[in-house]
Design a protein around this ligand. Sequence first.
Ligand SMILES: [Fe+2]
Length: 434
Amino acid sequence: LCHMQYISGFGNECVSEDPRCPGSLPEGQNNPQVCPYNLYAEQLSGSAFTCPRSTNKRSWLYRILPSVSHKPFESIDQGHITHNWDEVDPDPNQLRWKPFEIPKASQKRVDFVSGLHTLCGAGDIRSNNGLAIHIFLCNISMTCHLPRKGKLLIYTEFGKMLVQPNEICVIQRGMRFSIDVFEETRGYILEVYGIHFELPDLGPIGANGLANPRDFLIPVAWYEDRQVPGGYTVINKYQGKLFAAKQDVSPFNVVAWHGNYTPYKYNLENFTVINSVAFDHADPSIFTVLTAKSLRPGVAIADFVIFPPRWGVADKTFRPPYYHRNCMSEFMGLIRGHYEAKQGGFLPGGGSLHSTMTPHGPDADCFEKASKAKLAPERIADGTMAFMFESSLSLAVTKWGLEASMCLDKNYYKCWEPLKSHFTPNSRNPTESN
Ligand SMILES: [Fe+2]
């Protein structure tokens, strides 16, 4: 685990061979009559064949048996996954959840799939337009491997990734994977239907900054040549429902691959933070790590945005996030630490949802402090990582989110109740309001 290898670079055209089989990638063609080491060639398409070059995504996999070597798929228990956005009536209120509770392994053994809980979402999975936000709460691995604490070991057809806290990973549509956890584990999942995450355009920022392409890490080819009659189960999330098929061979049987359609991971500490160095704020889009674009220019189906440790230096400025109402929906989560606009109540492993045009902003305490603070350069958010999934879709909450999770904080609105008027109609000088 300490010697996990990766290829670096976002969206690169990569080649990778398991070192146990040198020369396993065919030379000069994709689909030879007989592949080296007598492997099967299989293409995995992540985009339409005819997408323009800049958005065309596919990989060629050279594997011991093709993916089609499986028994028929059969419907299985759906657990807490749903794509039904009409389970409960819409709720325009600010919503906040206390940390979602992870089941204790001593009471109930829950793996990644059975621990998936859909919290909110919108759109239609069949027409490839929409998103879902899921919370995973699990305590056992999907397979048996050596335990390591505090990490997520992800097996994919492309190789293995070790994902540590404060790292994110992207597993793209159709990629088979298995997740090992080593303790009671919780995380957030953003699922976008039918589109792929890109790095945001940088405009006048220039060629460098925000998430830099070279910090994205792609696994290297790794295979297991294992056959156990009926010993492997592939779970397929198809049109929003779960199906399972048995097969005799490990799905992680890819000896070599090449292409630009791969899983990848990224350490949020590598994000180059950019913001105003004089006064006022840049909008939070300045913190965008990845974006999944809609067809409307500048409008995302989902942006993944972070609020990393940084310096606050703006003069004559109310430095916390401003009050606002947004045509976009904002789901926020906290990986660790304390979020700057709300010191209590918004806790690691919890979440909040401010959907379309729902007003929100700093709590009363934060407003009072920041309005009076002496504006020296100061560290903001040290030891903290808050994030936001921002979407142009109006998100609906599931029954689990509102009721069954039992984590909804019914008192959230109270954090704004102490806000009081400081209006001084006879004096323009703001200092006299104190
Ligand atoms: Fe907001």
